[in-house]
Design a protein around this ligand. Sequence first.
Ligand code: N01
Length: 499
Amino acid sequence: ENQPAPSAGPGRAVREVGIAIIGSGFAGLGMAITLKRRGETDFVLLERAGDVGGTWRDNTYPGAACDVQSNLYSFSFAQNPDWGRSYSEQPEIQAYLQRTADRFDVRRHCVFGADVSSARWDDDARRWLVSTAAGDFRARVLVSAAGALADPTYPDIPGLDTFAGTVMHSARWDAAHDLSGEKVAVIGTGASAIQVVPAIQPVVGTIAVYQRTPAWVVPRTDHPVKPWMRRLYRFVPGFQNLVRAALYLFREFLVIGMAKNRRFLKPVGKLAQAHLHRQVRDPKLRRALTPDYTIGCKRILISNDYFPAVAAPNAELVTAGIAEVRPHSIVTTDGVERPTDTIVLATGFHVTDLPIAEKICGRDGRSLAEVWEDGMVSNRSATVAGFPNMFLLVGPNVGVGHTSMVYMIESQVAYVDDALQTMDAEGLAVLETTREAQEAYRELIAEKSKGTVWLGGGCASWYLDKHGHNSTLWPDFTFRFRKLTKKLDRENYVGTPAV
Ligand code: N01
């Protein structure tokens, strides 16, 4: 049953726009720039924070960096010949995003402080009604680019709320807090933890790393980019494209090949074991750091300084579970109590239970979260039946652990842009995908996921939802995703003309 569409509160003006884009990270910016480059200017970027950048704006913890090479981790239409390192650190990526927003003049479309509280489809008006902390909007089209690594997960540990010291999530770092000499606890051993631990270990008094599941870690081949290389990028036409293509192909064939065919994983497991062996002398610590699941089941991490940091004299790897947090300590299930000044939660994000999904309500008034109760479903990772004129960027099954998310984002943006141009060309007021298309895509994903290390590698990861389904990763070569999303699959949509 249709729910009444919300009206703007008393005295609140509603702004009419063509396209409302939620979020201004890589996805939101990519969408905005694509629209702008083809002359479409009737759009807003609704950004809850005060600047563009998304996850690269938010993750300012010491050591934050990307584990995909910068040449690949950038927009194809805005390459940067000046990257300082092969794997860039957070400030450089954030500066790149800010500069790119300026270069394509999209900041004028940004509404900052516009935290979206709800977005509802009004079937009579054929408009999305979007309420935000910075005002209400009525939009013909809604593009959610709110991100999958946007909302931090706070673990449900007994007593955490009674802790008298400082608690910081890695994605909400407080730079003003001085950790020097403190007794610091880091909870988690994922991609964020393995970067923050070595960055803070030299300055803290003691550091206790609470590990629930050890990570597979391989060496990181990071280095500063030589000045002559930068000159080649800048002055030799096509050279940076060539490097990008080589990196892309290497990652694509090596990693996806491995995920699909376990025997290729063996040498990588050996490489990780040798890395651990070289860096950690103590056999007991080495054993504690050795994973018992197949490499690749979770994201393979890359670091040269994580193991040495954990093996440092002021560090301790805690493998017993956390029983409770007290005002000045953490107690583990083996009864040991460790005095603690600051707790760093490197505990990840709401990926399979996206908070934005609770706020977007479709034709029958149900939220995306309700519709996705049995798992996230979509047509081509972009549209959902019952949610007309709505597009998702970095939604279900777009994630990649092995290559650049920017490649996937650009594929998605091209698809959405083709859909928007189709709507204009055909004079459509409403475009909505069919349940059949959604079901077919779900089956395609399930089929492609079968037999992969992500499903059968013997680990629990954020790649899988609570039902054990892969609802986050694209389980195939990314060029196949690009092919699938090159053009709108018009036959899988119902279009309603404007009159
Ligand atoms: O989060 P995670 P992340 N008690 O979810 C543990 C991207 N990224 O922020 O494995 C104790 O991976 C949890 O333990 P377990 C990248 O895509 C990229 O590190 O569930 N422990 C795990 O160890 C990445 O995959 C980069 O047993 C608890 C950790 O917390 C994604 O972001 C850098 C717990 C969470 O790991 C997320 O990475 C950073 C509890 N209650 C991030 N709850 C680069 O490009 C959770 N854990 C380098």
